[in-house]
Every structure is written in C-alpha cells, then in structure tokens.
Design a protein. Structure first.
Length: 272
C-alpha cells in the first residue's frame, strides 16, 4: 500500500485554494433567492457564514475554519451538503472535493489501467476522419491525427512536445488561427482551473503554470481570476492561412475512470 503523504506545501496550497473558493462562491449567492429575509444594509455581497452554515446543517465555526484554510477534517457528507447549499455546478463540485482530499459520494469508484486507457485513446484518435486530439490534465497532447495536424499547421506539424496552453499563450500563430482568441482562452483556462485542484501534487503542472505566468502577461492576469467551468462543446471558428474561415462543432469526451484524459473532436459545420 502506498502510504506516501503529500508534501506540506501542497496541503497548505490546497487549504488556501479551498478557503478562497468557498468565500468566493458564498459571496455570489443572493439571500433573497434562497428564501432568506434581507433586513438592513449588508457590508458585503452574498450570504453570511452563519447563513450558509444554517442552510447546510453544519457548524458556523467549522465553516469559518474551512474558509481560513485551517487543518480540519471535512466529511464527504458535510461537503455534499455544502456543495448543494452553494449551488455548485458539476465542475465546481468536483473542484471542492479535489481540494478537500475527499471522494465525492456521488461519483462511482472505478479503476482501469492508465496505459490501456491511453492506448485506447490513441487508437480512437487515429480512427477518426475529422480533426481530433487527446490530451491530459496538463493540456499535453498525447495523440492527434492528420486532419488536426493540417488544421493546426505551424504547431502540430512541428517537432514536439505539444502543450495546448503554451500554444495559446506563447505562440502568435494561435492568435491568428483562433477567431475570438480572448473568449477561447478564457474558456480553456476555466476548464483547466476545474482540473487544477486534483493535481496540485504534480510538479510538472506547477512548473507549467510558473512558466506561463513568467512568459505571458495575458496568462498571468487571466489565471488570477479564472472561472471554473466544465468542458462543453460549441462552435469553434478558425481563420486558416490556406483554407480561410473554417467552422467546426467541438465535442469533448472524457474517460470515465480517467477524468484527466480527454478526446477532443472537431466536427465540420456546413457552410452558412
């Protein structure tokens, strides 16, 4: 059995991020919408700690300590009630449990061989005729096919390794290729933030973020205020240097037992 404990700095980072996350989400709630009477003037927006604690059936002191990043043990059941009280979406709920070091009781306990999962992903990518690629929690591309290489000419046709975040923020070609670059990178960062808390012990992930913060002012400013969102599909527009404006519908599939691995497909949209 592996009994290695996470480094103290990592644990402290998790507690700090958890506290900031809870304070932020508490401040976004509307007391009136939750059936609470609002009398007098509130110094800050959102719910008070005592109100959240009451609605979630937890101790106000316990919630205060949690928001302060103290070393306390939170049960999965208490976190479940807190998530429902804060009206967390699926990505935010997952983030809460990741930072708390607890398994979400609503998630199935499944396991699979990591090498086998990656092998199946590579086979799936190779079998597709539309642009497709597979990536992990660091946004490192594990595989891509010919149509993807043609679409991302100047990036995927160059020697690797290939990282999506480095491409978006450090390669000027991304700004030329992606229509509405600001909106696209905001979305990618929100999705990346949703995965971030699960992998705080990964030194490679910390190094990636440090490199991007040092190398890109856009990343540094956007990372500080990134939202948290689950991966969704939608229209993707590219201004290809040879083929002109291209329109796709993105579909992203997650591996159920390896949520850090994803298959991204770009399905061509008919001409308007």
């Amino acid at each position: 059995m592996n009994t290695t404990m996470p480094p103290a700095d990592t644990v402290n980072d998790q507690r700090r991020l958890l506290g900031a996350f809870l304070r932020d989400r508490r401040g976004r709630l509307d007391p009136a919408a939750l059936g609470l009477s609002v009398t007098g003037r509130r110094r800050t927006a959102g719910l008070r700690r005592e109100e959240v604690a009451m609605l979630a059936g937890i101790s106000a002191t316990w919630l205060t300590w949690l928001e302060q990043g103290r070393d306390i043990q939170a049960s999965p059941q208490a976190l479940d009630r807190l998530a429902r009280t804060l009206r967390l979406n699926a990505a935010e709920r997952s983030y809460l449990f990741q930072l708390s070091g607890r398994r979400d009781p609503r998630q199935p306990d499944t396991a699979d061989d990591p090498a086998a999962q990656q092998g199946r992903l590579r086979a799936a990518v190779a079998a597709l005729t539309v642009p497709a690629y597979a990536l992990d929690h660091r946004q490192d591309l594990l595989a891509w096919n010919g149509p993807a290489e043609e679409l991302f000419a100047g990036w995927l046709d160059r020697p690797g390794p290939h990282n999506l975040l480095r491409y978006l923020f450090l390669d000027d070609g991304a700004r030329r290729l992606l229509v509405d670059w600001p909106a696209r990178v905001a979305r990618v960062l929100a999705e990346f933030r949703a995965d971030h808390g699960r992998h705080l012990q990964d030194p490679g992930l910390a190094a990636l973020i440090a490199d991007l913060r040092a190398g890109s002012r856009d990343f540094a400013s956007r990372w500080a205020g990134a939202d948290i969102r689950g991966r969704e599909g939608g229209e993707r527009l590219f201004q290809h240097p040879v083929r002109g404006l291209l329109r796709f519908r993105q579909m992203t599939l997650s591996v159920e037992t390896r949520p850090d691995l994803r298959l991204v497909m770009l399905l061509p949209e008919p001409e308007a």
